[in-house]
Design a binder for this molecule. Sequence first.
Ligand code: A3P
Length: 322
Amino acid sequence: LVEGYKKTYKNFDEVLPTLLPRKGWWLDQLFQYQGFWLSTFALRGSMLINDHFNTQPTDIIVATSPKCGTTWLRALVFSIFNRSSFDFSDHPLSKSNPQELVRFLEGCIHVEGSTSFIDGFPSPRLLSTHLPYSLFPQRMTDDTSGCRFVYICRDPKDVFISKWHFANKLRPKDLPPITLDEAFDSFCKGVSHYGPFWDHVLGYWKASLESPKKVLFLKYEDVKKQPWDRVRKVAEFLGVPFSLEEENNKIVEEIVKLCSFENMSKQEVNKNETRNSERPISNADFFRKGEVGDWVNHLPPQMVETLDQITEKKLQGTGFNF
Ligand code: A3P
């Protein structure tokens, strides 16, 4: 560990016992930090970013609350940005899961006990995060800093169902599955990784209104309905709009097809179900149904009503709607 990191770790050790703990959805505990529920890994990551991350004006950060379409958006941003570098018939996305191509910022910041790993990425760096906007340091959220965030949100009912399935895949085999009731209770109270879900969404929503050049706000449902439109929008936001020639060559359509659930979930690399103590999540765990509205198959009417009521209350006066 470099000296600076040691200081942050010490700070972490001091802060942790002062935070309210709650049981997580699988093994780890969650701690309430500045209004959000974080694992110790995410909390330490956030502190390290805050103290040490050397932001560059060209950084592009794919930001999501878990289960809102991180995998999809990583793939889209990667293929939009690198569209001239690769052939669609032999593309890195056919060989690698998107998490290997757009690396997790709060994970990478830990590597080598210093920033040297992440400083070594060629720019522009494509990174990904689950951290709420309010936890990023001002030097990253300042209008003048240059680094940009692309955010995607999703209907809370679909997020909840996706999360519940995911948690049960991750839970150690000697633990019983987390019941729908138990998970629902936690989700509604905001106690889920990087939750409360609504506060996460609203943080980025407000930032996108205040700084539209810094934060692009997307909805999973819109990308499903009009993927071509959204791909063009992301390209424009990133400063790499499609040329007439690219439009004529149907590059937008190629990107949409490449990143579709149907195409990605059938790639060998994404069918890999290997999990171990080091990597408790397999590539296959990130592909379930990839549909809008699957909640109808799982949520009883009472839960739908409760969740809708919470959403309505949380969004009141914000001008935002799912
Ligand atoms: P479901 O569980 O509803 O199927 P994340 O990538 O943020 O972890 O989110 C995972 C969710 O996105 C899962 O939702 C998964 O199936 C879906 N997903 C993964 N790849 C996708 C793609 N290319 N297009 C649309 N949805 C995708």
